[in-house]
Design a protein around this ligand. Structure first.
Ligand SMILES: [Fe+2]
Length: 234
């Protein structure tokens, strides 16, 4: 389910003028709107969790990544790179957090659940054994995250196959070049208010919410070059 307000589009860029010197200032990333109300995913995910997750956690990543970009602009302008490693780590963490959360919201739907069809279903059978085997691996991937991280179904374009991977924080343990299709947040903030220490129950509930229309569209888009955006063309 895609949001329609382009003013708050996830990848939307606020129009900024060029500076008198012609340099282009950093353009801020924007927090996307959800395509549904905070309470729309109940009873599987509470409205309070969704509100905190979106307004506080995701918004925090957007704010921090824009600040990091501004600080990187200043570092280049001042030729002062003492803090560069820390700034680039901060950028990777928060920009990846922004991408992952933007994907997660769009992967879910109040009308979700069931199973995929078409080419994605065939690819799951071919690369992951069966839909049931995929579900078990995906659930176990989420359950076995130590610390904070994600479970993700990705398309690996070199071998042209689906993989399930575990991501540490938002940006580590990635398979380079892979395209995320379906991601599940295993950070405690995603479930603890409702599920407490029962992360496996949260992952089980997500199967009632996955929007296979969105995920199948991402799979089809991933077959094309340069298709890593969380946006999927209609
Ligand atoms: Fe999160």
């Amino acid at each position: 389910m895609l949001g329609t307000n382009t003013a708050t589009h996830w990848a939307g860029r606020a129009p900024l003028p060029t500076t008198p010197t012609g340099a282009r200032p950093s353009q801020p990333y924007l927090l996307p709107e959800l395509g549904y109300d905070y309470g729309a995913l109940e009873p599987h995910i509470s409205g309070r969790i969704m509100e905190l997750h979106h307004r506080r956690h995701h918004a925090g990543h957007v704010k921090s990544l824009n600040l990091a970009l501004t600080q990187l602009d200043a570092a280049r302008a001042n030729r002062s790179f003492l803090r560069l490693a820390a700034l680039e780590r901060t950028l990777a963490f928060n920009l990846s957090g922004h991408v992952m959360h933007s994907l997660f919201w769009r992967n879910l739907s109040p009308q979700g659940g069931g199973m995929p069809g078409g080419a994605l279903a065939a690819a799951i059978d071919r690369d992951l054994g069966s839909f049931g085997a995929f579900q078990r691996q995906f659930n176990a991937t989420g359950a076995s995250v130590t610390g904070s991280g994600w479970a993700a179904l990705v398309w690996e374009p070199l071998g042209r196959r689906l993989l399930v991977i575990q991501i540490y924080d938002h940006q580590s343990n990635l398979v380079q070049g892979s395209v995320p299709l379906m991601v599940a947040d295993a950070w405690e903030h995603a479930y603890y208010l409702q599920y407490h220490d029962r992360r496996a129950d949260f992952f089980a509930a997500l199967w009632r919410l996955w929007d296979w229309t969105d995920i199948c569209a991402r799979f089809e888009a991933a077959q094309r070059p340069r298709s890593i955006s969380p946006e999927v063309e209609d």
